[in-house]
Write a protein that binds this ligand. Sequence first.
Ligand SMILES: [Cu+2]
Length: 65
Amino acid sequence: MESLKIKGMSCQHCVGSVKKALESIAGLSEVTVNLDKGEATFLNRNADREEIKAAIKKIGFEPGE
Ligand SMILES: [Cu+2]
């Protein structure tokens, strides 16, 4: 599993948006998003990490490294 810090999530709606955005990326599965930790965890088969970060930025959140 791979994880990514995400800043800016404040409620379950944010969590839902992030989860949906990550699930729409080809190669990612088993996506879970933890609001308290500000972190997403997923199984990454072949998605580019930069693409994942771009998808997070696109919906208004700030991805970590
Ligand atoms: Cu929210």
